[in-house]
Ligand binder design. Sequence first.
Ligand code: FES
Length: 143
Amino acid sequence: MPPALLGARLENTGELYYPSSATAIRQSASFPPPPIGYAPAMPHILHEGTAFDQITVKHPGGFEVILYNHAGAIHAYRNSCPHVGVGLDWGTGRCLSAPNELQCALHGAVFVADTGECISGPCYGQSLTRVPIRVEDGKIVSE
Ligand code: FES
């Protein structure tokens, strides 16, 4: 797949911004909608200045990507739980449940956020699929 822009740095802010077209998170027809009141506005800014931050974006290739910032290091994974393949975030865009932990909303699997390894839950020992990215001139680009 050719490189694709996932986000760009806002001028003078230390934040990575994702255009609205890249943040259209699906409400999958094959997956029940989140409970009423469960879906806040989709976050579309990754705050580089924080120790831990996470958003979910739509890749131009048609799949979703979890982007996770750990003290300036950006990690990217397919938003697909190794257990049954649904998005971890249940449509909210968020799955960061604790510092350096991503949690699947469906059955509660917990992943180490900077390695993608599942350390608790039904897919224990499996891993999220890493999406190769690079940060170049204030832009996050898939490789
Ligand atoms: S679908 Fe993620 S833990 Fe079951």
